[in-house]
Structure formats: C-alpha cells, structure tokens
Design a binder for this molecule. Sequence first.
Ligand SMILES: [Zn+2]
Length: 162
Amino acid sequence: MIALTESTVRSSFVNVSLRERRAIVVPADLAEREWERLDYLGWRDPKSPLLAFIVADIDGTPVGLQLRQAEQPTRTRPQCSWCSDVTLPNDVVFFAARRTGSAGKAGNTVGTLLCAGFQCSANVRRLDPPAYLGHDVRAARDRRVEALRAHVDGFFRDLMTA
Ligand SMILES: [Zn+2]
C-alpha cells in the first residue's frame, strides 16, 4: 500500500464518531513501515487493547475502520479469514466493526476472524517449501497476496454498504 501519514490515517476513518476520531492513537512509527509489503495497516490502542484499527487502500483512497475484539462465536480452532491459506504462527481472534452510516448508529456490526497482531501481510509472503516437484512457490505466494487483498477489499466494501 502507499505510505500514510498521521493526518491521512486519522482522517481516513469511516465508522467512528467525532469523539472517537480524536481519541485514535495513531502509531508513531509510520515513517519506518515497509509499506510495499503491507496490504493493510493494523494496530491496537495501547491503553485499551481490545480496541483496534485497520487502514487499507480502497480504490486508491485510504479507508480506516475501528474494530473491537469480541468473544469468539465458535469453539473450533479459528482460522484467519483474510490470510486463510497458510499455517498460522500466531493467534486468531474475532473482531467486530460497526457499519458506516445509519446502520452503524443502530448498532449493526460486521465480524471477522483475524490474526491477533495483524500479521496477515507477513504470513502470505512467507515462502513455503515446494509441495511437489516443479511447484512454483513464488507464484503461490503472489496468489496468496492477491487473495488477501481481495478479502480486505471485500470486508471494507461490505461494511460500507448500509
Ligand atoms: Zn491473517
């Protein structure tokens, strides 16, 4: 994704109130991020760790969503909905995000299982050992990156459709 600054990040949020927007703690290390290796930016509020934020490019515009970690709806070992094809080295937790507009004001949310520390971009870029002779591990990685971007895009679009 394209590099973001603090003010772009803060103004990108679409499912927050004015008060919530002012309270967002934007990461201080944005200038050091490897943006070309990120499909979305994700972080937690240091003072209130169940509160999380993600920003992604949607049609070339940064769009931010506030999420809240919630109780998992299932008891099975969860799999991240966004980087689903890899053997995950990290925890996966359930997040709920308020919808935009009047649906959100009425308490309508969308939920998804996500890597607890937003490691999806790193996970899909890990090169696995070849599964068989002639297996193109780089092409497989590129397909995982594409799939992750499609999942991110789909989630944002779903949430912004009232
Ligand atoms: Zn993930």
